[in-house]
Design a protein. Structure first.
Length: 136
């Protein structure tokens, strides 16, 4: 019994340590980083020009979006074609409603060779919860 408990504990510790190391590695390489709405806000209003992509549908984009965002819907067939117009050497910020679509977009951007990808945690819903500005 004690042997099984010890073995289970060691397996769990190893699993948690593996996850911890991987997240540090991804952030260190600058591939995809999950950032807060406040961090995106700071980037939008403190840097000259950033590549900010709203990956929701055009209808959702028209309803409200972040200032300076361009709409490249992740579910449209032309997503890859439109993304090719972006500069791979500069950071790309992506967001959606809750975070699922932006995660998908971030992974696709990574596959296409982008190296500095920032995915907004919680999407536009969390942005609005924080009472940050949106454009209509």
């Amino acid at each position: 019994m004690k042997k099984n408990l010890l073995l289970s504990t060691l397996v769990l510790l190893f699993a948690f340590q593996s996850c911890k190391d991987y997240s540090k590695e991804v952030t260190a390489k600058g591939e995809i980083e999950l950032i807060s709405p406040q961090q995106v806000y700071d980037a939008v209003y403190s840097e000259d020009i950033i590549q900010l992509i709203d990956v929701r549908t055009p209808e959702e984009y028209k309803e409200s979006h972040l200032e300076g965002a361009q709409n490249i819907c992740v579910t449209n067939d032309d997503f890859n074609e439109k993304v090719k117009t972006l500069d791979k050497s500069k950071p790309v910020y992506v967001y959606c409603n809750q975070g699922l679509g932006s995660k998908q977009a971030a992974l696709r951007l990574k596959e296409m060779g982008f190296t500095k990808i920032y995915d907004m945690d919680g999407g536009l819903l969390m942005w609005k919860e924080r009472k940050l500005e949106v454009s209509n």
